[in-house]
Design a binder for this molecule. Sequence first.
Ligand SMILES: NC(=O)c1ccc[n+]([C@@H]2O[C@H](COP(=O)([O-])OP(=O)(O)OC[C@H]3O[C@@H](n4cnc5c(N)ncnc54)[C@H](OP(=O)(O)O)[C@@H]3O)[C@@H](O)[C@H]2O)c1
Length: 294
Amino acid sequence: MFKPSQSNASRRRIVIAGATGRVGSALIASLVSEPLDLVALTRNPDARGLPSGVSLAAVNFDVPSTLDDALRGADRLFLAHGTSPRQVANEIALIDAAVAAGVKQIVKLSAMGPPSRLHPMDWHMQIEAHLATADIGYTVLRPSSFVDILARAGAQVADDSWGGAAGDGVVNLIDTRDVADAARVALLDEAHPTAQRAYHLTGPRAVSMLEIAEEISKLVGRTVTYQQRSPSEQREKLLASGLNEFVADLLLGLDRLFHQSALAETTSTVKELTGHEPRSVAGWLSENIAKFRK
Ligand SMILES: NC(=O)c1ccc[n+]([C@@H]2O[C@H](COP(=O)([O-])OP(=O)(O)OC[C@H]3O[C@@H](n4cnc5c(N)ncnc54)[C@H](OP(=O)(O)O)[C@@H]3O)[C@@H](O)[C@H]2O)c1
C-alpha cells in the first residue's frame, strides 16, 4: 500500500506535534535512526527525554508566530494533541501554519468512533473537516481506544474497586506502539505524497471488561472482578475520586461507547500498513502487570 523510499527520504524535515505524548514519543523513537531532520514540538521548552539528534521547537499556541517558526522548512507534519477543550483551535492553527509553510503531507492522529456529540469525537470531526479544505496530502489515522487506558484501572484493581458502566460490551483496544508504527509508515511514504486518506486502526480483536478481568486474574494469581455500575453510579465514583466534571464525562462517554460495542470493529489496517500483526491486550497486560498487583 505504502512505498517507503530510503534515498528520497534523506534529510526530509518532519515536525512531530504531541511529541511528548504516548503516540508521539513512540513515533520519535522509531524514526530517530532514519536519515531525517526530526523536530519535536512541545509547549514545554524544558521537555526532557527526547533522543539525541531530535530538535526541540517550543510553541505557545497563544503566539501564532511560534507555530510558524516551528513549521518553517518542514516537509511533513505529524499532528497529535492531548485531549483538551483547546484541541480544535490548536490543531487547526497547526494545520494552517503547516499549509502556509509549504508542508506537503500531514499525518493526523484522530479517533475511531461514530459521528457523535461526545468529546473528543466531535472535535476530531471538526479538525478533519478543516483538513479537508486544505489543498495538501494527508493521512488521517483513526485508532480505536488505546490499551493504555487500562493503566488507570491498575490501582483500582489492586484495591478491588475497579468497575465502570461498560457492561458486557466489547471494544477493540489498540496498542499505541501500533498507532506509532502506522504513523511512521504514512510519514515515510514516497509513493502517494498528495493522496488524501483515512484509516481505521484496531487491535486484533474486541474484548469485554469481563475478559480483561479474567486475563488480569490469570496474571496476578487471584480473582479480579469488574464491578458493573450504572452510568450515574460511575459518574459519582469518578467525581468522588477527584476527577473534574470534564474528565468524568469524557470517561463516561467512553464507557457508553464500550457498552454499545461501538468500537468493536476489527480492521486489518495495522497489518497492511506495517507488515506486522497488531499487539494484543493480553500482551500489553502481561508487560504492565506490575501496575495491577496489590
Ligand atoms: N486515549 C485514547 O484511547 C485515544 C484513542 C484514539 C485516539 N486518541 C486521540 O489521540 C490523541 C492523543 O491523545 P492522548 O490522550 O494519547 O494524548 P497524549 O499523548 O497524552 O498527549 C499528546 C500531547 O499533546 C500535547 N499538547 C499540546 N497542547 C495540549 C493541551 N492543551 N492539552 C493537552 N496536551 C497538549 C502535549 O505535549 P506538550 O505538553 O509537550 O506540549 C501532549 O504530550 C488525541 O487526539 C485523542 O483524541 C486517543
